[in-house]
Design a protein around this ligand. Structure first.
Ligand SMILES: Nc1ncnc2c1ncn2[C@@H]1O[C@H](COP(=O)(O)OP(=O)(O)OP(=O)(O)O)[C@@H](O)[C@H]1O
Length: 248
């Protein structure tokens, strides 16, 4: 369970101040997939970075399973699995070694690392690449390695920044199945996307962000009702105020 209340973050630039996140609040429940949807530059990545303790908010709070990120970031990190926007994997290591390394950082036993790595490799369909050095991996193979690595310690809450970015249709479908599996295991799953169809296909609840603010949130049905639009695509266009984020 992740509760976000009135988050603010600004950045100073030569030309002035950018209000990247300007009062974002929402709750992401266990056993649900919550989608953060918004056009490029809306503030999704900055919001997620504050959720996973990489960035300190100017104002507002984040609680993960009731623990305040500002008070006990360590405890929060133990409960989180994170796919950040940068998917750097160690290129000299195999996929399996990359995943296992994170297990050791979490202090897991070698037996647990082995069992959990095998389960993740199977769930993500990575058997064919698991023993290869990651140098030269395709984007999809790197993303899968980074997701497996993020989940090695069996976290209750999972945050993924644009997990299907750059993936082909088959890999995207496999990724959706995997995310549904995480949800069905009772985890709290949050992911961001700028593609409406992606969010509509996968999410139980949708938080629409534009210009650093939450402009609408709810189930797909609630968003349709809030906007008075029968068609979800029209509902998004209405709340975002532009056609950005719609696949043609
Ligand atoms: N470190 C930073 N310094 C200055 N400005 C920043 C920084 N990080 C983000 N921004 C600005 O804050 C705004 C929100 O950026 P953010 O990356 O959170 O958006 P996003 O919704 O994730 O976009 P995208 O879909 O393009 O990844 C943008 O205007 C961006 O240029």
């Amino acid at each position: 369970m992740i509760d976000v209340d009135n988050l603010h973050k600004h950045f100073k630039s030569k030309t002035g101040t950018v209000k990247a996140v300007d009062g974002v609040g929402f709750s992401a429940r266990d056993g649900e997939i919550t989608g953060l949807l918004g056009p490029n530059g809306a503030g999704k990545t900055t919001t997620l970075r504050m959720l996973y303790t990489l960035m300190t908010p100017d104002r507002g709070s984040v609680r993960v399973d009731g623990i305040d990120v500002g008070k006990d970031a360590e405890a929060v990190r133990r409960r989180l699995g994170v796919l950040p926007d940068a998917r750097g994997v160690y290129k000299r290591l195999t996929a399996r070694e990359n995943i296992a390394y994170f297990g050791r950082l979490h202090g897991m036993s070698e037996a647990d690392i082995r069992a959990r790595t095998d389960a993740l490799i199977a769930a993500l369909g990575m058997e064919d690449v698991a023993e290869r050095q990651t140098e030269g991996f395709s984007q999809g193979q790197r993303t899968k390695t980074a997701i497996a690595r993020a989940l090695i310690h069996d976290p209750k809450n999972v945050i993924l920044d644009e997990p299907t970015n750059g993936l082909d249709v088959m890999t995207t479908r496999a990724m959706r199945t995997f995310l549904r599996q995480l949800r069905d295991e009772g985890r709290c799953v949050i992911f961001s996307s700028h593609i409406m169809q992606e969010v509509a296909a996968l999410c139980d609840r949708i938080v629409v962000i534009a210009q650093g603010k939450v402009v609408a949130q709810g189930t797909a049905d609630e968003l349709r009702a809030q906007t008075g639009e029968d068609n979800l695509e029209d509902a998004f266009v209405r709340v975002i105020g532009s056609e950005e984020g719609l696949l043609q």
